[in-house]
Design a protein around this ligand. Sequence first.
Ligand SMILES: [Zn+2]
Ligand SMILES: [Zn+2]
Length: 79
Amino acid sequence: MWISECEMCSGSGACDPCQGYGVLSDSYPNAGDGPDCDACDGTGTCPNCAGTGDEIHDNSTTNVNGCAVSDEAGWKASA
Ligand SMILES: [Zn+2]
Ligand SMILES: [Zn+2]
């Protein structure tokens, strides 16, 4: 497992489509008629990282073939 900066929000933790406001753009500035953001359900929090700004990668599925040798060691052995 490793953690990187969230791609969706670039680490800000704010929902990208609505820029953290929870609503999409108004029809004109300050109109207040913007629809709720679908991506974050109106919370304004990045749905990809839950607002942490970190994207957690779980690579536990890379060993589905049962091979316990890391990719790096495998490459070195075959070189
Ligand atoms: Zn994010
Ligand atoms: Zn949003």
